[in-house]
Design a protein around this ligand. Structure first.
Ligand code: SF4
Length: 261
């Protein structure tokens, strides 16, 4: 099971005041930051403590994002989570999840993975995007973990990001799930949804991460990825988001949304 912290819940439904956690623009000089959108008088003040519980309820019936689903099936070590995140890069969860299960079913520890050749790993992960370089990266991580860290990856973001192919998104999500670290993982869904809310105003996922770290309560740092990946897939979709039935419509500024359903 995942060791991600559970945030507190709120029973409030309609905010009567501007929350201390109301929208705050990121620093103007931060790279990738864009101008804050104008206020919407038809919207309630944005309150993250109101919004996330509604989304938690909404996504209850949707499938978990791949790495959380793997953790729930017992593949919750840092090595397994990191391997699964590499496999998921630019690949749909529907493809990466069964591939991760097949690979980790064959080799779930660095020692076992290092005994496979990159070609054998490649054969097992062929359906995912960029499978050849990913096979080489996974093999190299396994060998270095065995030889340099005694077979156990340390819960250290600098170590994880020193591996080829591992950036902040995978490092943070793996550390959040496997090590219980408070770390935000910003993928395309987290980036799109938080910017549509007007909660952040950032051009790139990297700038969104920086803005979220400045204002998102720490209790939500791991959970925001778990919630917004299925929410972004099924409700706040890239094209034609389902705004008319969205549970947070009253708070969302719908920044950049021109053709909602
Ligand atoms: S109201 Fe529309 S744009 Fe805003 S979160 Fe909901 S679906 Fe996305």
């Amino acid at each position: 099971m995942t060791s991600a912290r559970k945030p507190r819940t709120s029973s409030r439904r309609a905010p009567a005041r501007v929350s201390a956690r109301t929208v705050r623009p990121p620093p103007e000089q931060a790279p990738g930051v864009v101008a804050e959108p104008p206020p919407r008088p038809d919207k309630a003040p944005f309150d993250i403590d109101e919004v996330l519980p509604r989304i938690r309820e909404q996504v209850r019936g949707f499938a978990d994002a791949a790495m959380f689903a793997l953790a729930a099936r017992g593949h919750d070590s840092l090595f397994e989570q990191l391997v699964a995140c590499i496999l998921s890069i630019r690949t749909l969860d529907e493809v990466s999840l069964p591939v991760s299960l097949a690979l980790l079913g064959r080799a779930s520890t660095p020692e076992a993975m290092a005994r496979l050749t990159p070609e054998e790993i490649d054969d097992l992960i062929r359906p995912v995007t960029f499978h050849e370089p990913k096979a080489r990266q996974i093999h190299a991580i396994a060998v270095r973990t065995r030889d340099e860290f005694g077979g156990k990856l340390p819960c250290d973001a600098r170590v994880l990001q020193s591996f080829k192919g591992v950036g902040p998104k995978c490092a943070n999500l793996s550390l959040g799930i496997a090590c219980g670290h408070e770390a935000i993982s910003v993928d395309i869904h987290v980036h799109r949804v938080t910017n549509r809310w007007g909660y952040v105003t950032a051009r790139t996922p990297e700038a969104t991460l920086e803005a979220l770290e400045a204002q998102l309560p720490r209790a939500y740092w791991v959970e925001i990825n778990r919630l917004l990946v299925p929410f972004g897939k099924h409700v706040c979709t890239g094209a034609r988001p389902k705004c008319s039935t969205c549970p947070v419509l009253q708070y969302c500024r719908q920044v950049g949304v021109t053709d909602p359903r």
